[in-house]
Design a protein. Structure first.
Length: 230
C-alpha cells in the first residue's frame, strides 16, 4: 500500500510538472472530468480483469467484487481509456487528451512495481522458476524471475523515450498511444514467464493486451487514412 500511494503521488507530481511546462488543450473543468472518468474506468477495468484472471483458480462470484486485491494494471489502463473516450464523446471533446498522462503513468506504475517486488509471493506478480543468477527467492526456497524489477527497468526506459518524444513535434495523442501500445506489447511478452492459467495459449491479461493492440492498430490505420484523404 505504501508504494501504491507513492506511485499515485509520483505520477501526479510528474503530471503537474508536464502540464505546467507543455500546456493543456483542455480547461481545468474538462481536464478534471477526464481525470475522474479515467479513475472510475481504471478501477472497474482493473477489478474486472483481475477477477477474470483469478477465476480459473478460485471461481467467479459476485461477492468477489468486494474482496480486497485482485486488480490488474492492464485492466486499469484499458478501462480508463474506454471511460475517457465515453466522457469525451458526451462532452463533445474531439481532441486527443492523453499525452500528458503517458510519462506520469510510466513513473507511477514503475514505483508501484517496487512495492509488488517487496510483497513477494502474496502479490502474484512474480515470474516462473529460473536458474539464472539474478533469480530471486521470495521466501519459499524457489528462485524465480523478478518480473516486477524487469517491468520497473522497462517503464523507466519507456518514460525517458516518451519524454524525449514530447520535446519534438508530434501528432496529438500519439505519445499516449505509443505508451499504451508499448506497455500492452510488453505485458503480452513478459506474461509468458508468469505462472498464470492460460486459455488457448494466453492468459486473460495477454488476451486483453491483444484486444487493446488490435484497437490501437485499427485507430492508427483510420488516422492515416484520414490524413491521406485531406
Amino acid at each position: 500500500m505504501v508504494f501504491e500511494a507513492l506511485g499515485y503521488a509520483g505520477g501526479y507530481a510528474v503530471y503537474r510538472r508536464l502540464r505546467e511546462r507543455e500546456g493543456d488543450a483542455l480547461n481545468d473543468e474538462r481536464r478534471w472530468a477526464v481525470i475522474a472518468a479515467a479513475a472510475v474506468g481504471a478501477l472497474v477495468g482493473a477489478r474486472a480483469l483481475g477477477l477474470l484472471e483469478q477465476a480459473p483458480k478460485i471461481g467467479l462470484h459476485w461477492s468477489d467484487w468486494l474482496r480486497p486485491g485482485g486488480k490488474t494494471i492492464v485492466g486499469g489502463l484499458l478501462g480508463g481509456w474506454i471511460a475517457v473516450e465515453i466522457v469525451k464523446l458526451v462532452m463533445g471533446v474531439k481532441s486527443r487528451t492523453g499525452d500528458l498522462f503517458a510519462v506520469p503513468l510510466c513513473v507511477g506504475i514503475a514505483i508501484g512495481r517496487i512495492g509488488c517486488f517487496f510483497a513477494g509471493l502474496s502479490d502474484d506478480t512474480y515470474g516462473t522458476v529460473t536458474t539464472l543468477p539474478w533469480g530471486v527467492d521470495f521466501g519459499d526456497g524457489v528462485r524465480r524471475h523478478p518480473t516486477q524489477l524487469y517491468e520497473f527497468v522497462f517503464l523507466m526506459g519507456l518514460a525517458w523515450v516518451l519524454w524525449r518524444w514530447m520535446q519534438r513535434p508530434h501528432g496529438e495523442g500519439q505519445v499516449f498511444r505509443g505508451f499504451l501500445a508499448a506497455y500492452l506489447g510488453w505485458r503480452l511478452v513478459i506474461d509468458f514467464i508468469k505462472p498464470q492459467p492460460v486459455v488457448a495459449g494466453l492468459n486473460w491479461i495477454q488476451w486483453a493486451c491483444v484486444a487493446g493492440l488490435v484497437v490501437l492498430g485499427a485507430n492508427e490505420w483510420m488516422r492515416r487514412r484520414e490524413i491521406q484523404t485531406v
